[in-house]
Ligand binder design. Structure first.
Ligand SMILES: NC(=O)c1ccc[n+]([C@@H]2O[C@H](COP(=O)([O-])OP(=O)(O)OC[C@H]3O[C@@H](n4cnc5c(N)ncnc54)[C@H](OP(=O)(O)O)[C@@H]3O)[C@@H](O)[C@H]2O)c1
Length: 376
C-alpha cells in the first residue's frame, strides 16, 4: 500500500486551504478503498474556510460507500475533544473504517495523542506517514503555537540588486513586477495575519489586503504596530472591505484613546491591542506571545527597515521571502535592513536557501525570489 502517494494528495488539499481556515489549521483528508490490486480514492476534502467543518467529517459525508476495506489518510491527528463540532474520531469510528494513516500528531494538548488512542481503542489500525518531514514543515507554525512557543514569523522584502526597498523620497511602487506581487498576495493569504509598522502606513498608505481572484470574501487580518506618530483616521488600511484590523499600541501612548475611538466606530472587526513599549517601540516578544494567544500561528511581516531590523536583531525571523529585481537604486535609497552594529561576520544573522523562484515581468526583466530559512 503506497501511503506516501495518498498522504501527498491529502497534503496538497491541506496546502490549498492554508491561511483560509483560521483559527483552525488546514487539514487534508483522503478516503481510499483497497480491494485486491484495485486502489482508488472514493472521497477527499480539506477543512472548510473559517475552520469548520473539519476535513475528516466533510470527507466521510461525501460517500455512503464506506466499509472495512477503506483507509483514511489525514494530515493531522483527528480531534478527540468536543469543541463547537463533535470530535472527528467519533465520526471515523461510526463510519466502520478500520485503518487510519495520520500525517502528524496534533500539537493541541486537547487532542495530542488522544485522537490516535481513541481510534486504536475502537480497533482501528493507526499508522503515521509524515512524508519525510514535509507534514511537520507544513504545520510548523501551528505546532509551535499550540506548544505555547512564538508563532512562525516570515518576512517579505521586495528589494533592488543593492538591497534597497524604496527611493530616498519613499517611492517604492513598484520594485517588483505583477507576477511577483501576486505571489506576495498569496503569501498574505497563507498567513494568519500580516504585520506592518506605522512607518509603512504613513509612507505608502497601503491596504495590505489580498487582491487575487477568488479572494473577494476572504481577507487576512492586518496588524499595525504604532509608535510616536499618529495614524490618520482615513488611512487605507482601515478600509472596511479589507477585513479585520488590529492596532497595536502602548497604553501610555497619547494616541491610545484615538485608536480606540477609530476601532469603536469601525464597521468591520477592529480592535486595539495594548502591548507594552519602551521608547515608543512595541515589545516584540510580548507582541508575538499575545498574537499566539489569539491563535495566530503564521505571521507575514511586511514592513520597512525599522521593524525588519528590530525583528532581525532580536532573532525573531524564521523565514525570509526576498524578492529581488534587476535594478540598482543607489546609496541615497532606503536600505531593506538598518544598522546591525556588527564587528564580526560570524555575528551576522544567517539564513540558508530553502527554495528559489523566478517571475517574468512585462518588461522582460526577471524578479527573483529567494526563500531563506534561519540557520538555527
Ligand atoms: N520594498 C519593501 O519590501 C517594503 C515593504 C514595506 C515598506 N517599505 C518601505 O519602508 C518605508 C517605511 O519604513 P520604516 O522603517 O519607516 O517603517 P516600518 O518599519 O514599517 O515602521 C516603523 C515604525 O513602527 C513603529 N514601531 C512600533 N514599535 C516598533 C518597534 N518595536 N520597532 C520598530 N518600529 C516600531 C514606529 O513608529 P513611530 O515612528 O511612529 O514611533 C516606527 O517608526 C516606506 O518608504 C516603504 O515604502 C518597503
Amino acid at each position: 500500500m503506497n501511503h506516501k502517494k495518498f498522504m501527498q494528495i491529502a497534503l496538497q488539499l491541506a496546502q490549498s486551504g492554508k491561511g483560509l481556515t483560521f483559527p483552525n489549521p488546514s487539514v487534508g483528508a483522503v478516503l481510499v478503498r483497497v480491494h485486491c490490486h484495485d486502489t482508488h480514492i472514493i472521497a477527499s476534502a480539506r477543512t472548510a474556510n473559517a475552520g469548520r467543518p473539519h476535513a475528516e467529517t466533510l470527507c466521510l459525508q461525501k460517500t455512503d460507500n464506506i466499509d472495512a476495506l477503506c483507509v483514511l489518510y489525514v494530515t493531522l491527528e483527528p480531534c478527540a475533544h468536543q469543541g463547537e463540532t463533535p470530535p472527528c474520531v467519533d465520526a471515523i469510528i461510526a463510519s466502520h473504517i478500520k485503518h487510519v494513516v495520520i500525517g502528524v500528531e496534533d500539537g493541541d494538548e486537547k487532542t495530542r495523542g488522544k485522537g490516535a488512542e481513541a481510534l486504536k481503542k475502537a480497533g482501528i489500525t493507526v499508522e503515521y506517514e509524515n512524508l519525510d518531514g514535509a507534514i511537520n514543515e507544513f504545520y510548523k507554525g501551528y505546532l509551535r503555537q499550540r506548544a505555547g512557543e512564538k508563532p512562525f514569523v516570515a518576512v517579505k522584502i521586495a528589494a533592488s540588486l543593492d538591497g534597497k526597498i524604496a527611493l530616498h523620497n519613499g517611492n517604492s511602487k513598484w520594485i517588483t513586477g505583477k507576477l511577483a506581487r501576486e505571489y506576495g498576495h498569496l503569501l498574505r493569504a497563507h498567513a494568519d495575519c500580516v504585520l506592518t509598522g506605522a512607518g509603512t502606513i504613513l509612507a505608502d498608505n497601503p491596504r495590505l489586503n489580498i487582491r487575487l481572484n477568488g479572494f473577494k470574501t476572504y481577507q487576512t487580518m492586518r496588524v499595525i504596530l504604532t509608535g510616536a506618530r499618529v495614524l490618520p483616521d482615513d488611512a487605507n488600511i482601515f478600509n472596511a472591505d479589507d477585513g479585520d484590523v488590529m492596532i497595536v499600541a502602548d497604553k501610555n501612548s497619547v494616541h491610545f484613546a484615538n485608536y480606540q475611538r477609530i476601532a469603536n466606530n469601525a464597521p468591520q472587526k477592529m480592535m486595539v491591542q495594548e502591548v507594552g513599549a519602551q521608547n515608543e517601540k512595541i515589545n516584540l516578544p510580548l507582541l508575538l506571545q499575545k498574537l499566539g494567544q489569539f491563535g495566530i500561528a503564521d505571521i507575514l511581516l511586511e514592513a520597512g527597515s525599522k521593524l525588519m531590523t528590530e525583528f532581525l536583531t532580536q532573532n525573531l525571523v524564521d523565514r525570509i521571502y526576498y524578492f529581488q529585481n534587476q535594478q540598482f537604486l543607489g546609496a541615497d535609497s532606503q536600505n531593506a535592513i538598518g544598522v546591525l552594529g556588527l564587528d564580526k561576520l560570524s555575528d551576522a544573522p544567517q539564513f540558508h536557501l530553502h527554495a528559489e523562484k523566478q517571475f517574468l515581468r512585462d518588461d522582460d526583466m526577471v524578479d527573483k525570489l529567494l526563500i531563506l530559512d534561519r540557520v538555527s
